[in-house]
Design a protein around this ligand. Structure first.
Ligand code: GLC
Ligand code: CA
Length: 565
């Protein structure tokens, strides 16, 4: 598609009314148990987070997305929620939560919380009630219970696996089975049940009333299912059309009725609450449904996260996404890292996924020895270049805690210290189905100081072991160094506000297939050399570069320039 057509599609954008605050926001994801520990018990908490609000202010973000902080048995890092309307006592209290909201708002920082609607924890009172109630009872109807197959119902109702490996159905004491798309401690809700629907509306209002500005919706494409009496096999399910809203398990058209109701709740507030869908769907057209203003309003695009550090991949992802968001009236979402993926500084130090058969964005651990084959220095350089590229784009940027320090994945966490069910199931079943070492390596508590028991995370040790090399990545070390990744993020985020006028860009010719260059309406140009050889620097006034440059633009470097015309 030509630049002109692309520009014509993009709305003339960003009048920054309050209502639109999210369109080009920089949203910083906090994984609360690993951010800052206020009371020294090894687990990050709300007091710790609140004490770091000045750090967030100085970083220059617009909003925090807080991963689950609800009471949980932690079978899946808090994505197994036992009470949707409370705070895990290990993390704090509702009062601490209110204090955090006030402290963030006082600094002009918004707060988005995670809502996990596909499944609860098996500790949730409604699941406990279901277990204590007979087959066919109203309590069981809130979840998905079925009789088993075989003579005594001893076989699962279907051969579906769980996402983390092992079976997707688990048997209860009286012989029935329940469905869990994820760990067995995460039973799927029955979204045909009116009580379940109503309860989530109550939850949304509960947090919105406390001042929460928006919601990140976990696996937003699941929820509503259409399960016939005779369940299809897993092979049959895989062969079914997932592109048209009719698949039995995912992205069903009726799901949008749920989000239309949620939208009504969002609009009850002044300023309306916002949402972003984590929707893993098959096509951009399907994703657009979640991003529509009648639905959740925005949806993550993970394509950049899955892409290798490569000019043509990056350009096609950006073009397709800008086109898509222009169609829906939403804005683009750019993501390089989150709590589910190998940190991008490490990913970019690996051989390209295309050459190894590895799925980009995950699974570097599959190759065996942790950290083997990773070029850390190159990964870091590319990560900084990719970040400046991304921060130059129109749309909102989602950053993951620690990426501003240039943190690498921690590959060598001992097996007995690991917590991720994806890893634990693999050990149990010997099925290396889910990313090998799992996701703990990007969830290690942050280093705030270069010394001390947990590098300043808390006063005691941290709930996941931190490696010695964290010292050089600590906030303390990096803020003293103008060349550090932290200093780069701070400068870039401060400058970025000047780019957030209109949500458009214009691609410019570079004459090199490894180099991308685009201009924003304020006249700034973003130029990234994805290759290894230096290229001539376009003319323009220097604004910022991802690594030092002189008269040429080196490989794996991005520069921001102010055009001279
Ligand atoms: C989402 C979360 C992930 C979690 C899963 C189940 O993908 O990001 O961390 O394990 O949903 O809730
Ligand atoms: Ca704590």
């Amino acid at each position: 598609m030509s630049t002109d057509t692309l520009n014509a599609l993009v709305p003339p954008g960003a009048s920054t009314t309050d209502r639109d605050w999210w369109r080009q926001a920089v949203v910083y994801q906090v994984y609360p148990r690993s951010f800052a520990d206020g009371n020294g018990d090894g687990i990050g908490d709300l007091t710790g987070l609140r004490s770091r609000v000045p750090y967030l202010t100085e970083l220059g973000i617009d909003a925090v997305w807080l991963s689950p902080f609800y009471p949980s048995a932690l079978a899946d890092g808090g994505y197994d929620v036992a009470d949707y309307r409370d705070v895990d006592p290990r993390i704090g209290t509702l009062e601490d939560f209110d204090g955090l909201v006030a402290a963030l708002h006082a600094e002009g920082i918004r707060l988005i919380v995670d809502i996990v609607p596909n499944h609860s924890s098996d500790q949730h009172p409604w699941f406990q009630e279901a277990l204590a109630s007979p087959r066919g009872s109203a309590a069981r109807e809130r979840y998905i219970f079925r009789d088993g197959k075989g003579e005594d119902g001893e076989l699962p109702p279907a051969d579906w696996p769980s996402t983390f490996g092992g079976p997707g159905w688990t048997r209860v004491a009286d012989g029935q089975w329940y469905l869990h798309t994820f760990a067995k401690e995460q039973p799927d809700w029955n979204w045909d049940n009116p009580e379940v629907r109503e309860d989530f509306l109550t939850t949304l209002r509960f947090w919105a009333d406390r001042g929460v500005d928006g919601f990140r919706v976990d696996v937003a494409q699941l929820l509503v299912k259409d399960l016939p009496a005779e369940l299809p096999s897993w092979d049959e399910l895989q062969a079914m059309d997932a592109d048209h809203g009719t698949h039995p398990l995912q992205d069903r058209d009726e799901l949008q009725d749920v989000y239309a109701q949620w939208r009504e709740v969002f609009e009850e507030y002044d300023t309306p609450r916002v949402a972003v869908a984590e929707a893993h769907v098959s096509t951009p057209e399907r994703r657009a449904r979640y991003a529509s203003s009648a639905s959740l309003g925005q949806a993550f695009n993970f394509d950049l996260m899955w892409a290798d550090f490569d000019a043509s991949s990056f350009r096609s992802v950006v073009e397709a996404d800008l086109e898509q968001s222009a169609r829906t009236g939403s804005s683009s979402t750019w993501v390089l890292s989150n709590h589910d993926a190998t940190r991008h500084a490490t990913r970019y130090g690996l051989p390209p996924a295309a050459d190894t058969g590895r799925k980009a964005g995950t699974a570097w651990m599959l190759e065996g020895a942790p950290r083997a084959g990773v070029d850390l220095q190159l990964g870091t350089r590319r990560a900084r270049a990719a970040t400046l590229f991304l921060l130059g784009l129109p749309g909102s940027a989602y950053l993951y805690q620690g990426e501003e320090l240039g943190l690498h994945e921690v590959g060598d966490i001992p097996a007995d210290a690991r917590q991720d069910p994806a890893f634990l199931r693999c050990v149990e079943t010997q099925e290396w189905s889910h990313d090998g070492l799992g996701r703990d390596g990007c969830r290690v508590p942050l280093p705030w100081t270069s010394e001390g028991p947990s590098f300043g995370f808390g006063t005691g040790s941290a709930h996941l072991p931190q490696p010695a090399w964290f010292a050089q990545y600590s906030v303390e070390a990096e803020q003293a160094d103008p060349g550090s990744t932290l200093s780069l993020y701070r400068r870039a985020l401060r400058l970025r506000h000047k780019l957030q006028t209109s949500e458009t860009l214009e691609w410019l010719e570079t004459g090199h297939e490894d180099v991308l260059r685009f201009r924003r309406p304020n006249g700034w140009e973003i130029v990234t050399n994805f290759g290894t050889e230096p290229v001539a620097l376009p003319t323009g006034q220097f604004v910022l570069a991802s690594d030092p440059i002189e008269d040429q633009l080196p490989g794996a470097t991005t520069v921001w320039l102010r055009s001279e015309s």
